[in-house]
Ligand binder design. Structure first.
Ligand code: 4NP
Length: 163
């Protein structure tokens, strides 16, 4: 890697449904855009409920249907160090964003919500598909995939933080 990467953490509650998908989708977009080298991408949960677990089968299935393999990801809990080390935290919903701030301060323009970058009518929260039906995961995939290019452009524009 030639320069400081842009460090991005996608965030949800369990880090088994939404944020692992967002991580996989972001990797696919930056690869397709030829800018993968600019980014260091991971994901986390605000809880430790599923720490060490693989993504939910529903997320693995919908990713696979779109040619993405997210099966080797493992859930981890967001820690205070992430708030000093990551350049962007992308929360899937409003409560994830609020819970991240319990660990410490983070620049307002870098603690964003995924659907800030989607079409307005989609609303702000990526719905939690956990325990729901199979359709929930397709909706989550579509919402994240649509918003992702806007987020990537935004992250490239702002770049890494000055440390
Ligand atoms: P996620 O979904 O936040 O998209 O990974 C959830 C996974 C697990 C739980 C809640 C949401 N849970 O309560 O265990």
């Amino acid at each position: 890697m030639s320069s400081t990467p842009i460090r991005v953490t996608f965030l949800c509650l369990g880090n088994i449904c939404r944020s692992p998908l967002a991580e996989g989708i972001c990797r696919a977009h930056v690869d397709a855009m030829g800018v993968a080298d600019l980014f260091d991408i991971d994901s986390a949960g605000t809880s430790a409920y599923h720490a060490g677990d693989a993504p939910d089968p529903g997320s693995i299935r919908v990713a696979s249907a779109h040619g993405l393999d997210i099966s080797r990801q493992r859930s981890r809990q967001l820690v205070a160090r992430d708030l000093s080390e990551r350049d962007f935290i992308v929360a899937m919903d409003t409560s994830n964003r609020r819970n991240a701030l319990r660990l410490g301060a983070f620049p307002d323009d870098r603690l964003v919500q995924m659907l800030d970058f989607g079409s307005a009518e989609a609303g702000r929260d990526v719905p939690d598909p956990w325990g729901g039906g199979r359709d929930g995961f397709s909706v989550v995939y579509q919402l994240i995939d649509e918003a992702m290019p806007g987020f990537i452009e935004y992250a490239k524009e702002l770049g890494p933080r000055n440390r």
